[in-house]
Write a protein that binds this ligand. Sequence first.
Ligand SMILES: O=C(O)C(=O)C[C@]1(C(=O)O)C=C[C@@H](O)C=C1
Length: 443
Amino acid sequence: MQSLTPLVDLKSLFRTAAASPGLGLTPHRVGQARYLIQCVSRFDAPNVNANSSSSAAQTSGSNLASGHVGRARHEWQSACAILASKVVSQQQDTEKSGGADGVAAVNGHPTLDLVPVKEHSNSPTPLPKPLSIADLSPAPMHGSHLRVAYQGVPGAYSEAAAGKAYPNCEAIPCDQFEVAFQAVELWIADRAVLPVENSLGGSIHRNYDLLLRHRLHIVGEVQLPVHHCLLALPGVRKEYLTRVISHPQALSQCEHTLTKMGLNVAREAVDDTAGAAEYIATNNLRDTAAIASARAAELYGLQILADGIQDDSGNVTRFVMLAREPIIPRTDRPFKTSIVFAHDKGTSVLFKVLSAFAFRNISLTKIESRPHRNRPIRLVDDANVGTAKHFEYMFYVDFEASMAEVRAQNALAEVQEFTSFLRVLGSYPMDMTPWAPSSTAGD
Ligand SMILES: O=C(O)C(=O)C[C@]1(C(=O)O)C=C[C@@H](O)C=C1
């Protein structure tokens, strides 16, 4: 088995942030990160899984991966927020008292400590170099590689998607989707590549919710054909198996094929496909198989019991590429734009919003609704018949146009009139890779 890049979890992520001023972190950010490490330590709960891209992952199998930040994420997050704000106020106090970084106040005006000029010296103190255009490049890179965060361990499909999106990138494994978001926000990574939907399994809701909660921008998409294999330890036969473990999406993508193969064994959800393979290898499990990639078989020393077990040969997962800054939309190639909106008077607005696109001949490629978590229910009282409880939604729409096109700008101006909340998640080039379906076990 090869030695692999360690998984980034919340704790190590903040530790790296705190210890690496070279990553482009401001002293403020480094200070925040130090405090965050303390917060994370307080809420560490081994064997409790905080991550899940689906509620199915909360089944017993999801406890397989160990060492996660667990219990009470909301507690942890509010502690982070409080402590991070303390860092800011402490920093402001220090600045006021003139103690930090050589800044002192004279008559209320800060003065800077200048580098002393050494007179008649042959070896002058090196002076700071002025910033040049190159220092201001929009995509900060560390060394020659773009650092791309993904959820899972090496061998996960998300790692392959990161490589497709950014060839030669340094892929950074993260144990949760949220960690991948934060890795970009804290400058540990330059981009994140995260799955949002699969042609068989449907939407990965967790990432839709996180897109709204974080301030990253969609700067691209990649569609990855997903070719699943059934993996087990060398020498294990199908008849020995009592369970199959994998990511909930992968289990759902192979549901019928597993049944057709006569594998009516327990199916358990874990955090990612390659993590399932790693778990079997690490614990020498001879009664368990994983659904994962051929690369995962190679990395963790498993054999392939069956190849191409996805229920459809055209099994494709769509991933979005996320960055701290949006890209400038263009019109010289096909673009897609993703928006999210809500209306405080309910779903009646949906028809008007959709017609704003229809009148301009703009095709929609996806529409998704999620609970409006800040205001999930709207009560409508009618004295005669009682109280109607309407569920409230956030609507996510992808449409085929660039924000550089006037028709898209006009459509959004109209949508803004109808809605109480509107955010453009990104305008980005469409993945136009030629179609190449993978083979299935029955082919
Ligand atoms: O578990 C993995 O390998 C992943 O990359 C995650 C994931 C997903 O979240 O949908 C990605 C692609 C496949 O659809 C199956 C699982």
